[in-house]
Design a protein around this ligand. Structure first.
Ligand code: ZN
Length: 155
């Protein structure tokens, strides 16, 4: 097992056992549901905005360990950040999972790159980020990993 795989296993296990920001949000500004029918993952991502910044980000989900862990890490990474930063990070994660970007910060998120070894699980990792991008753009219609409209490139 290489270092990335070891980190991946530890991070996925940790976030799946104790997901961060896994809760219903009071008075969110925007929420978007996401669905990954290939795995059965379902997620709802909610954000509360304050002057262009993400004052709070939370999620509720029913799904596999990878989708839960990805959502947990995502909410930690974007809370307190600007909308622009979060959308750029979502794009970076997609590029990393797609293999066109080697690694991203923070290191915990970089561990998600190990998912590339399991192509069927890439959509599990990507699902919460799709829902986040839609929520940030005020699109409340549910997103699905099978929807190939570009959802992360718009700002
Ligand atoms: Zn899954």
């Amino acid at each position: 097992m290489n270092d990335l795989e070891a980190l991946y296993r530890r991070v996925i296990l940790d976030h799946n056992r104790a997901p961060r920001n896994f809760r219903r949000m009071d008075e969110p500004c925007s929420c978007t549901d996401g669905d990954n029918p290939l795995c059965g993952d379902r997620v709802r991502v909610c954000v509360k905005m304050d002057n262009g910044h993400i004052a709070d980000a939370a999620f509720e989900a029913r799904g596999c360990a990878i989708s839960i862990a990805s959502a947990s890490m995502m909410t930690e990474a974007v809370r307190g950040q600007s909308k622009r930063f979060a959308i750029e990070l979502a794009t970076a994660v997609r590029e990393m999972l797609g293999g066109t970007r080697p690694a991203i910060e923070p290191a915990e998120l970089a561990a998600l790159a190990a998912v590339r070894q399991f192509p069927s699980r890439i959509k599990c990792a990507m699902l919460p980020w799709q829902a986040l991008a839609a929520a940030l753009e005020g699109r409340s219609a549910a997103v699905t990993t099978e929807d190939d409209r570009p959802t992360l490139n718009r700002t």
